[in-house]
Ligand binder design. Structure first.
Ligand code: ZN
Length: 159
């Protein structure tokens, strides 16, 4: 039996392609959330194959990327950040303006990747944790971002 793997996207779907006939389809994988999974799939071409789901959202990459924030929930105050880690689902940054952040704030962050592409990433995020002593803010990306739509960040995380 052949096997294939698929990456789970932040919106909890995965694109799978049959290793026999190469047909592609999108499947919801919500119910497998958080686990690395091996599934048997029967394709419309009648072949059966195993599918390994990879939850790349869990993969966090350490970083040290200077950038800027605008906090729309706090009178659009602005300041400097350093992004300390990144995933396709969110990021964590440190800032000296930690008092300007509360859980649930809507923030725009922008920063430059330090790889060959040097792309500027601009993201709408929602604050999900604030650790004042560490000056650290954890955020989730507000719009579910497809890897295809976020090529630069995807490449950065896969490197
Ligand atoms: Zn097939």
């Amino acid at each position: 039996m052949k096997s294939t793997k698929a990456f789970v996207r932040p919106d909890h779907t995965a694109i799978i392609s049959c290793p026999y006939c190469n047909c592609r389809k999108e499947i919801p994988v919500e119910k497998f959330k958080g686990n690395k999974c091996c599934l048997k799939i029967k394709c419309s071409c009648k072949e059966v194959y195993t599918l390994n789901l990879e939850f790349r959202k869990k993969v966090r990459k350490k970083a040290n990327l200077p950038g800027k924030f605008t906090n729309h929930s706090q009178k659009n105050c602005r300041g400097d950040i350093v992004v300390k880690n990144l995933s396709l689902g969110g990021l964590e940054f440190v800032t000296m303006e930690i008092d300007n952040f509360k859980t649930g704030d809507e923030v725009t962050v922008s920063f430059k990747l330090d790889n060959a592409g040097n792309a500027t990433i601009k993201k709408e995020v929602t604050v999900c944790s604030v650790r004042k002593q560490a000056h650290s803010v954890g955020c989730e990306f507000t719009k579910s971002s497809d890897i295809a739509l976020d090529k630069d960040l995807g490449f950065y995380l896969m490197a």
